[in-house]
Write a protein that binds this ligand. Structure first.
Ligand SMILES: C[S@@+](CC[C@H](N)C(=O)[O-])C[C@H]1O[C@@H](n2cnc3c(N)ncnc32)[C@H](O)[C@@H]1O
Length: 230
């Protein structure tokens, strides 16, 4: 088994499988009832994102991946910047957006190294924070705060610890563990960082980083934070 960071994993094949996870296909199909609940809760999150004041704003999306959320943001932003470490993910993102990708500035960079030269009205990141080691999370959130104009909006989304969220043959990490084995469709296995924090732990980490955030949870699957820079 190989130990790797998420971006390396995406380059080695996960990029193609990523949408299967979100769309509940193949090994991620946990039955009709679970799929119905999943998409109901996706819509709840989408509704929350749509209620935010993002129209005509200068937005940055961190780790946008294949663009499942980039589409939403691109249609509303005055300008959208998308920063992902994986060239393959950026390419899939462009493909999904089609003509609209012309309005997006794509940056290929490691978010732990990258520092933005500009400040944004909003910073959005989905299903990325759980892949950050605990020791680096407040540092990352502080970087988010520095990217934001005072009063600017932060929105993040991640998975709750629910075993039907992941593939049938994946085992989520035990409490106090942050590494799990991720198996690809072709059978290769990688150890990846996967953290689950409670809503209050996340709110506290945001507070320490200079962000006032309220973390909401859907019934089973998702956890999302909405807030502003102090
Ligand atoms: C789980 S995916 C989430 C994609 C997308 N936000 C979504 O919700 O569909 C995580 C993304 O983080 C990117 N990533 C992993 N490590 C990174 C790093 N150090 N810097 C920037 N992006 C990274 C991966 O390439 C991948 O696109």
């Amino acid at each position: 088994m190989q130990m790797c960071c998420w971006s390396r994993l995406s380059i080695t094949g996960r990029a193609k499988e990523y949408d299967d996870w979100f769309l509940r296909l193949g090994r991620y199909d946990r039955g009709e009832e679970a799929t119905r609940r999943w998409f109901e809760q996706v819509e709840e999150v989408r509704g929350a994102l749509r209620s935010l004041p993002l129209d005509e704003k200068n937005i940055v999306e961190l780790a946008p991946g294949t663009g499942l959320w980039t589409e939403e943001l691109c249609d509303r932003a005055a300008h959208l910047t998308a920063v992902d470490a994986s060239a393959e993910m950026n390419a899939l993102n462009r493909e999904r957006l089609g003509e609209r990708a012309r309005d997006v500035t794509y940056i290929e960079a490691d978010l732990f190294e990258w520092d933005s030269a500009e400040v944004f009205d909003a910073v959005v990141f989905c299903f990325w924070m759980s892949h950050i080691p605990t020791s680096r999370i407040v540092g990352f959130l502080s970087k988010v705060a520095r990217m934001l104009t005072p009063g600017g909006t932060v929105f993040f989304l991640d998975a709750r610890k629910e075993h039907t969220s992941t593939a049938k043959d994946h085992i989520l990490p035990d409490d106090n563990e942050e590494v799990m084995t991720r198996r690809l469709d072709d059978g290769r296995e990688f150890s990846i960082i996967k953290n689950f924090w409670s809503a209050t732990e996340l709110e506290d980490k945001c507070q320490r980083a200079g962000l006032e955030v309220h973390v909401h949870e859907t019934k089973d699957y998702f956890q999302f934070g909405i807030g502003t820079r102090r």
